[in-house]
Design a protein around this ligand. Structure first.
Ligand code: GLU
Length: 513
């Protein structure tokens, strides 16, 4: 099995593209085959600098690594179509020679005029093809001498595929079954342009053949071109070794209508690109899944399920497990609705499943990026403490901010007003007195001695805990208070608790004033 992912470097790679790459990769790996990256950059007008690097970085971040490609090399290179430019022309001319393609000299204005005229006559889908080509300026309507004269005069021309008049062409799609096209519905696609470059259709077929691709697995939007591709294989004499085709279901918008687009991402506030893409203007810049705090494993798992299912209840699959479980047979025909909540759920599952030490490393990097100085031991305890509360990695910084900052930035004022009353201050000060005598600031030990302290005073937890929590973290919610104390350490714990009464008094005063 030799499969390829063949993106055009026209901008950031949409997650639909990542899913196509993933499915190709999974099938190749499952069958001990080869996964190829081919850059389809023949359309110079749409070329965007930086897009190829973006594609490679995105695949790399997801762990979808090509066996052959522009960076990996391989026996079938080069893997960038612009570097294969000279290979395509001979096939275009061969097709003309054999009567399966022809020169077309029409200007864009003339083609537009043909469309307008057809429209005026009630034909709204008029194409350059079976029904119109005999009225146009091309080597089918010109005499041989005329054609030669135009070519000799270096008039700009394109080469168009000559679609047979009245036939049905069919493909056996691995996902959809038999798909048929009426030849008269197909236009005479341009396969070669006056700039000496092939169009997508010709280059794609020539390369899939040349690179010995066995399975073409691509998005549904390419299904309509497949009739043309079958003709190209046929006319070039390659039909008996033509690859198998599999067209993947569309990824639909969150509301289920239409294809997921980058505009949906902006509208609903979620990423649709794996990595951030920074353009000159805000409108064309996008935050990526990576920068939004998603783990690549979670994105991959989520994407695998957008159009495929294993037929069991299992939802969490590592890349290796996906390779094991994946099959073309279980890819759905219908479009898959994009559900960002599912992506979030996956992310949370992967954060929960991460070893504390690994999560600690990620946390440490983020914390250092914000100017916090954290050591490894602190990072591991911190990560363990907050992992259940983080849907995204950056949530870690928010959830435990009170532990990272020198002092608490915000107190839950309502809770302070409600809970800081009566003996609370006296109890707290006594308790601080006890803490100053403690050397072992371990959570279990602190819990024991706190219980003893309260028992001796014949007090319940309610007499101490609200003030303790508020004094240490600013809020009544959060991880276990003794874990907080252990992580803060003796010095900081005592300092915060000593400062708390005056801060609380001020909060109450300000409210009453
Ligand atoms: N270059 C095409 C794209 O950008 C490739 C389509 C195909 O896989 O045939 O998606």
């Amino acid at each position: 099995m030799r499969v390829r992912f063949a993106p055009s470097p026209t901008g950031a790679l949409h997650i639909g593209g990542v899913r196509t790459a993933l499915y190709n990769y999974l099938l190749a790996k499952k069958h001990g085959g080869t996964f190829i990256l081919r850059i389809e950059d023949t359309d110079q007008k749409r070329y965007v600098p930086g897009a190829e690097d973006y594609i490679k970085n995105a695949l790399n971040w997801c762990g979808i690594n090509p066996d052959e490609g522009p960076d990996q090399g391989g026996d079938f290179g080069p893997y960038r179509q612009s570097e294969r430019k000279d290979m395509y022309a001979q096939y275009a001319y061969q097709l003309v020679e054999n009567g399966n393609a022809y020169y077309a000299f029409d200007t864009p204005e003339e083609i537009e005029a043909m469309r307008q005229a057809a429209q005026a006559a009630g034909d709204h889908g008029a194409k350059y093809g079976v029904g119109t080509r005999m009225n146009m300026k091309n080597s089918l309507t010109f005499s041989a001498e005329e054609t030669k004269a135009w070519l000799d005069a270096a008039k700009p021309y394109t080469i168009r595929l000559k679609i047979p008049e009245d036939e049905v062409v069919s493909v056996e799609d691995e996902i959809r079954g038999k798909v048929q096209f009426e030849s008269k519905e197909l236009d005479d696609k341009v396969i070669f342009k006056s700039d000496g470059m092939p169009t997508y259709h010709l280059a794609n077929v020539v390369d899939d053949h040349g690179m010995q691709i066995t399975h073409v697995i691509r998005g549904e939007e390419w299904l309509s071109s497949t009739g043309h591709h079958v003709y190209l294989y046929r006319f070039l004499g390659w039909e008996d070794v033509m690859p198998k085709f599999a067209h993947l279901p569309l990824i639909l918008s969150p509301v289920g209508k239409g294809k997921l687009s980058k505009r949906h991402g902006k509208k609903f506030g979620f990423p649709v690109f794996p990595l951030s893409w920074i353009a000159e203007n805000e409108e064309d810049s996008f935050e990526g899944f990576k920068e939004a705090g998603y783990l690549p494993e979670a994105l991959v798992n989520f994407l695998a399920f957008l159009g495929w299912n294993p037929g069991t209840e299992q939802e969490i699959f590592s890349l290796e497990q996906l390779v094991e479980a994946f099959s073309l047979e279980r890819i759905n025909k219908g479009g898959a609705r994009f559900d960002i909540d599912k992506a979030k759920w996956y992310n949370q599952q992967y954060i929960l499943g991460m070893p504390d030490t690994k999560l600690a490393e990620e946390f440490k990097l983020m914390a250092q990026g914000r100017g916090y100085d954290v050591d490894d031991k602190f990072a591991v305890s911190y990560a363990a403490m907050f992992k259940e509360r983080a849907q995204f990695l950056p949530d870690l910084l928010v959830q435990g901010k009170f532990l990272l900052d020198d002092k608490i930035e915000e107190y839950d004022q309502k809770s302070v007003r409600k809970k800081w009353k009566g003996d609370a201050e006296a109890v707290m000060l006594d308790y601080v007195g006890v803490l100053t005598e403690v050397d072992n600031f371990n959570a279990n030990h602190l819990e024991e001695l706190t219980k003893t302290f309260l028992e001796k005073k014949e007090l319940g937890f309610g007499a101490l805990f609200p003030g303790l929590r508020l004094g240490l973290s600013g809020s009544l919610k959060g991880p276990a208070v003794f874990d907080i104390m252990q992580l803060l350490g003796k010095e900081k714990t005592i300092k915060r608790l000593q400062l708390a009464p005056s801060i609380f008094a001020k909060i109450k005063e300000e409210h009453n004033a």
